[in-house]
Design a protein around this ligand. Structure first.
Ligand SMILES: [Zn+2]
Length: 342
């Protein structure tokens, strides 16, 4: 009897749950070989117990709220596929969440996404969609904390500006200004404190980028030091438009800052970062503006959409499959966490 025949004979005596466990164990080897392999090809997802983190004792245990339920035979914990993930507590499955992620990265407004989902038979309110999108953005923030963005080699840096937006907030009698109708320009001309600064630095060859807002109007030297410290590798050639806030950054980070305007054209240009700015402006319009307090969340979306290192499916897998009880965000987090208060 060959080795494979012997294994198959023994496998016949296994229970259904043990059989699934065995197949998933075997599939693990393959999934490492092919990072792009779809999880749908697997018989069932490999699940770690959210409490004891063992996956050797996790078996199916009926259904709960329409989702496959599991029980860990080691510690007795019952859980569903979405426990402790971004999707926990949601009425919607991975397919709808992936669609929301896709529309968010594409720059589709919430109104249009509601209509698009409805045309696919999924009824979802504007406010539910708002929370789904913001939970995705909070997960992108968590990813950024775990793997901070860095740039190196030749980097182009410049600032771009978007009008301040109080979208979603009610203007009371004590408001500092009257509400602005969407699309109307700021009342003050030129670069005023009604303009929010987005600092950007993009690595010319790879498109890796840093994008963050911290102030109104022009950034200070302290702003750029704060934004870029820890994100630009030593020895980087940092091409800028010659604003006097950058030379100090050069000394602190051990990078070479060059004023492109002083150099002749050719290699010394800011074309890549200018392209990035056009992209951000386009997205900002497509979203129909972004409330300033949420701008840094959207900056991470701009980053993910511009870079496109991974496919939407791969990003969805990373965001939705991650099980970390500390990173399951709720209503309050969406309204309060890491807001841009300037
Ligand atoms: Zn367990």
């Amino acid at each position: 009897m060959s080795c494979i025949e012997r294994i198959l004979t023994e496998a016949r005596d296994l229970s259904r749950d043990d059989l699934i466990l065995l197949v998933n164990k075997l599939m693990e080897g393959f999934s490492h070989e092919s990072a792009t392999s779809s999880p749908k090809k697997m018989i069932a997802p490999r699940l770690d117990c959210p409490i004891c983190h063992s996956n050797a004792h996790v078996v199916r245990n009926g259904h709960k709220h329409g989702k496959q339920a599991y029980i860990c035979r080691q510690c007795g914990t019952s859980f569903v596929t979405t426990s402790n993930t971004l999707l926990s507590g949601s009425h919607f499955g991975t397919e709808i969440w992936t669609k929301v992620l896709e529309e968010t990265l594409r720059g589709t407004s919430l109104d249009k996404t509601v209509k698009s989902l409805a045309s696919h038979g999924c009824k979802i309110s504007h406010s539910s969609l708002f929370f789904m999108r913001h939970k995705i953005m909070l997960a992108l923030e968590d990813m950024q904390v775990e793997q901070p963005a860095t740039v190196e080699d030749v980097v182009e840096a410049d600032e771009t500006y978007v009008p301040e937006s109080k979208k979603g907030t009610k203007f009371g009698p004590d408001a500092s200004r009257k509400p602005r109708k969407r699309g109307t320009p700021a009342s003050k001309r030129g670069l005023s404190d009604e303009q929010i600064c987005i600092c950007t630095a993009v690595q010319r060859k790879t498109g890796d980028l840093i994008v963050k807002s911290e102030n109104r109007a022009r950034p200070s030297s302290a702003n750029v030091v704060d934004i870029y410290t820890g994100h630009v590798q030593k020895g980087t050639l940092f091409l800028t438009d010659g604003m006097n806030v950058y030379p100090r950054l050069g000394k602190i980070l051990g990078i070479t800052v060059m004023n492109v305007k002083k150099e002749s054209a050719g290699f010394f240009n800011l074309n890549t970062v200018n392209n990035l700015h056009s992209f951000i402006k386009r997205r900002y319009t497509e979203y129909r503006g972004v409330a300033t307090k949420y701008l840094n969340r959207y900056n991470l979306v701009f980053r993910a959409a511009y870079r496109q290192r991974t496919t939407i499916g791969e990003l969805a897998e990373t965001l939705f499959a991650s099980r970390n009880p500390k990173k399951v965000h709720h209503y309050g987090d969406v309204k309060e966490l890491n807001l841009l208060a300037i």
